[in-house]
Write a protein that binds this ligand. Structure first.
Ligand code: NAP
Length: 276
């Protein structure tokens, strides 16, 4: 079992939601934590919260302003972080966002931004840190989504990015095993975070109907599953039973998953048509 005590952890998106919950849990287990995100005031507030969870006075906590979608910015910020703080034992790529909408309403600009944040963001941090981490091994977790293995109505751009994260992680796992680096991908279900509240603002009715059939998790429970998955060295980390069931069904009976989601969508579209 992996022990986080004394380890150095980098978390992109560590200032909010799932990333922040993971940072607090890891601080409680004795890890030093560096968090990376764009908004300074949110980073500062998060850093204070994380520090209150510390186990020992030796632990260090730092925050860095960084946009994961900018390769140049990632390279320069991570260079500074590695010099000031050290090479991480654990990298958690949690920065990301979803802006659901009908395919016809998603502009090229939104698609481009989604891919840059949710997919290139993971590539950017890994491409800088993997060569450094190869020196002594470690652990990488890329946060994907249930949208990283199932195509969900209203998430064309987000599914494209998150399927990419899942595939990237699977290939990277295979390459890095020989260097003692464990690569995992986490696929959370709907989770009650500031990002999820923002996401709900643009969900088409069909997407809301599909979401309504699933349970919502607390970020702390998702973070606990993330740590447990890392401790066990699991590749695919799915935090709840519903998500695991969907994963199995999608692999074994994809036609059945399509049938169920199509009928949910059809039901909503019928209601909308009769209300007109
Ligand atoms: N919540 C859910 O239902 C759910 C379900 C499945 C998967 N996920 C995935 O889980 C991850 C965390 O989501 P969350 O719900 O916890 O969201 P959240 O509460 O909005 O937190 C997102 C974090 O990512 C940071 N971030 C966003 N864009 C960034 C960028 N370009 N560069 C650097 N940092 C950036 C945010 O800070 P700044 O905005 O200040 O940069 C924040 O720290 C995401 O990858 C999301 O896709 C979430």
């Amino acid at each position: 079992m992996k022990d986080f005590n004394g380890e150095l952890v980098y978390i992109t998106g560590g200032s909010s939601g799932i990333g922040l919950a993971a940072a607090k849990l890891l601080a409680g287990k004795g890890a030093s934590v560096a968090i990376f995100a764009r908004r300074k005031e949110v980073l500062d507030e998060a850093l204070n919260e994380i520090a209150t969870c510390r186990k020992s006075p030796d632990q260090k906590f730092l925050a860095f302003q960084m946009d994961v979608s900018s390769r140049d910015e990632v390279n320069s910020v991570l260079q500074k972080a590695a010099a000031d703080f050290g090479i991480p034992d654990v990298l958690i790529n949690c920065a990301g966002r979803a802006r659901p909408g009908y395919f016809g309403d998603i502009t090229y600009g939104q698609f481009d931004e989604t891919i840059k944040i949710d997919l290139y963001g993971v590539w950017n941090t890994c491409s800088f840190l993997v060569p450094l981490m190869k020196q002594r091994g470690g652990c990488i977790v890329n946060v994907s989504s249930l949208c990283g293995f199932i195509g969900v109505f209203g998430y064309t751009d987000y599914c494209a990015a998150k399927f990419g994260v899942t595939g990237f992680s699977e290939a990277l796992r295979s390459e890095l095993k020989t260097y003692g680096i464990t690569v995992s991908v986490m696929c959370p279900p709907d989770t009650d975070t500031p990002g999820y509240a923002e996401e709900n603002r643009t969900k088409p009715p069909e997407t809301q109907a599909v979401s309504a059939t699933a349970s919502i998790m607390k970020p702390e429970a998702v973070a606990a599953a993330l740590l447990k998955g890392m401790e066990k060295g699991d590749f695919m980390i799915i935090p709840n039973a519903d998500g695991k069931f969907t994963w199995i069904m999608k692999r074994l009976f994809p036609w059945l998953v399509e049938m169920v989601t199509d009928s949910q969508v059809k039901g909503v579209q019928k209601k909308l048509a009769s209300a007109k």
